[in-house]
Each structure stands twice: as C-alpha cells, then as structure tokens.
Ligand binder design. Structure first.
Ligand SMILES: [Cu+2]
Length: 388
C-alpha cells in the first residue's frame, strides 16, 4: 500500500495553505485504508460484492440494491466501498470508472454515504460506538427525523437548497421522489450507487462494500447516530467561493466521533462549526493515492463527439485548466482522492448548533466535467455522534 497519512501531508501543499497559521483544526489527517487497519475488539470484517453491472461508455448509471444488512444484533464499526473490474482489480478514475456516489440506508434511515474519494468510516478507534441498524441511526430522530428531511424542499441559505438526505434539491443524489417511492415500504438494507463512466467502452464492475462489526453481546458498545449537513447541489462556476448549510440543533449531548466532507473536484475543504466556532476542517486532497491521476480516464476526446459547440468548448477549457493546474502541482491530471477526517474531536451539548461551509477554489483545483458539461457541485458533511 503506497498510501499513508504522512505521504499525503508531505506531498500536498493544501494543508499548509488552507489552514491559517496557528490553528490546529482536526481534518488534515486521512483515515488509513481499512485493509491496513487491525480489526478492533474481536469484530468480524466481511466484504460483500454486488453486481456485476455494466457501466455503459461515457454515461451515468444508478444502481439500487435491496437486501439484508451484513449482520444482525450487531454494531457496525467500520465501512469502506469500492468498485472493481471482474479480474478483481480496483476500478477508478484513472480508468474512467467513477463510484460517483454511494448511499447505504436501512428502511428510510441513511447511515453511510461516500463519493469517489471512497473514504473509510471507523467509529471505535477511541470510543466504543457502532451503527445499530435495528435502532435509529439518524441524529434527527430516526424515521420522523428523516421524514422531515424527505418532505422539506430547499429553504437553506446561500446555496439555495438543503434538507434531508433524500429530499430533492438537498439530497446527495437529487433523486428525492423516486427514491422515496422505491424505499418507502422497505425496512431492509438499501444501497444506491451512481456509477459514472468516462471511458470510451462499456465496462463491467462489481460494487464491493466492506463492513466490520461487533456483536451486541459486547455490552460496552452503544449505537452512534449520524447527522447530514449539506449545502445542496449548486451549479459549478469559476472562482473562490463557499456555500452554507442549514443549522442543526443537537437534541442531546454526544461525543463527536467522526466527521468528513464530500465535495467535488474544485473543492478545497468543508468546515464544521459548533455554535459558530470552527471545530473541524476536512481538507480535500487530490491524487494522493493510486487511481486518481493518469491519462486513461482523462483524455476526454470522446466527450466532444456529437456535442454542440458549447459542450466542446467546455471540454477544451477543462483540458486547459487541468494542464495549467497540474504543471504547477503534480505530474498528471488528478481528482479529489482523500478528504481529511475529524475523529474524536470533542463533544456537543443539548441545544448547541452545528452547521457547515463548503469551500471551492477553481484556480487551485479544476472543476469536473462529464459529457462536455460541468458537474454540479456538492458539499456535505456526515457527522457521526455517540450519544452518552
Ligand atoms: Cu457528490
């Protein structure tokens, strides 16, 4: 494994340039890959493969899976996901194979999500918490809390759109109503994955999700809850700017176990605020490990076939920007590969408010295009808390 935290920090100037001198906010470190971590507290680790599926050339495909959770009477303590080719090799952006988004939920309650950065969740490195899929995993109060999110549309601040996970504008996927219909009667596990191809030919992939869990007979453990802060899905534009989420008020006191940003290319960081004090700055690292750079997925010459002039212009501009940025920073085109994680970074008390800001700087990191169009932006943070 070539990737580890030290190399990211040493190899990337962002950590120094983004954080003002004197601040030592959590969020610069990257969680080690699960395969390099020891199993904690005698847990079970298992990878479940879904598919195989065809990723049609140069298209976005959404796959939905419903089934049983990986374990019963258990606390899920770690999660990681990837897509693989049928020969078992990981499929990633350098092959034009993006696991653009993945969301895991139980019933109507979402408990984990990620983008192509494919981050690792771990909730028990210090405290004894895991996700209890037989209880409520939603910080907003389970079904009722998520329900409120499902029906609220927009209504946030500058970004113009927030609300719950699956509500139209504010959702990770922006597929609110369809998802609600599909999931409304399901009490089992659901998985939604956006597979995005930037390759010229069809590919076959499997979705591989790795879980680690401990049995509930381990009575030291408690169920963690997750709150989803989001700015919605604003349109991409050039420049340096930020988006704000709505505020969330804590209904109880809890340990702050884990928080991480999901953003798109162009982003620099997601910041988490507790009563307006910044407590976590999830730094976005680019091309920090294998799979995110290189030429195979990035030529985009095929993007221009059949496109109108405007789309072709986008493709040109993107290539130009990639070349410019990469000359300054690294060897080849690259994509967002590793968000910094804030881990065991304090506590929240009943009545305190959490909110987030998502920052972009497209001179530092080029925006992302697909089929000649710029992708909409995202900035969300999933905040896992361990109620006391
Ligand atoms: Cu996204």
């Amino acid at each position: 494994m070539k990737f580890f935290v030290g190399s990211v920090l040493a190899g990337c100037a962002l950590a120094q340039t983004v954080a003002p001198a004197g601040t030592e906010l959590p969020g610069t470190a990257v969680m080690p890959r699960l395969e390099t971590q020891d199993i904690i507290d005698g847990g079970t680790r298992k990878t479940i493969k879904h598919g195989p599926w065809v990723m049609p050339a140069n298209k976005m495909t959404t796959k939905t899976v419903r089934g049983e959770p990986p374990c019963t009477s258990c606390y899920i303590t770690a999660i990681q996901a990837k897509i693989s080719f049928l020969d078992g090799k990981e499929a990633n952006a350098d092959q034009g194979a993006w696991l653009h988004h993945i969301t895991l939920g139980k019933g109507l309650s979402m408990f984990w999500a990620a983008g192509n950065e494919r981050p690792t969740l771990r909730l028990n490195r210090k405290h004894k918490y895991g996700l209890d899929l037989e209880g409520s995993t939603s910080a907003g109060g389970g079904f009722a809390g998520l329900g409120a999110g499902l029906t609220s549309a927009g209504g946030s601040g500058a970004a113009g759109g927030s609300g719950g996970l699956l509500s139209g504008q504010g959702s990770l996927f922006g597929k609110g109503r369809a998802a609600k219909r599909q999931l409304g009667l399901s009490s089992g596990l659901f998985i939604m994955a956006d597979l995005m191809s930037m390759a010229a030919e069809d590919m076959q992939v499997t979705l591989d999700i790795t879980y680690e869990w401990v049995p509930k007979t381990n009575t030291e453990y408690k169920g963690a809850k997750m709150e989803w802060l989001t700015v919605g899905e604003p349109k991409a534009r050039e420049g340096t700017y930020k988006f704000d989420s709505q505020k969330w008020t804590a209904p109880w006191s809890a340990e702050l176990l884990y928080a991480i940003g999901h953003m798109h290319d162009g982003a620099t960081h997601s910041s988490l605020f507790l009563d307006n004090k910044e407590i976590c700055r999830s730094i976005m690292y680019y091309n920090a490990r294998d799979g995110y750079g290189g030429a195979a997925g990035e030529g985009h010459g095929h993007d221009m076939e059949g496109m109108d002039t405007g789309a072709a212009e986008h493709s040109h501009r993107r290539r130009d920007r990639i070349a410019r940025a990469d000359n300054a920073k690294r060897d080849g085109p690259s994509h967002l590969s590793d968000p910094g994680v804030c881990e065991n970074f304090g506590a929240v008390r009943t009545g305190q408010k959490l909110r987030m800001e998502g920052w972009y700087d497209t001179a530092k990191n080029p925006l992302m295009g697909h089929n000649g169009e710029l992708e909409d932006l995202m900035a969300n943070m999933r905040v896992y808390m361990g109620p006391t």
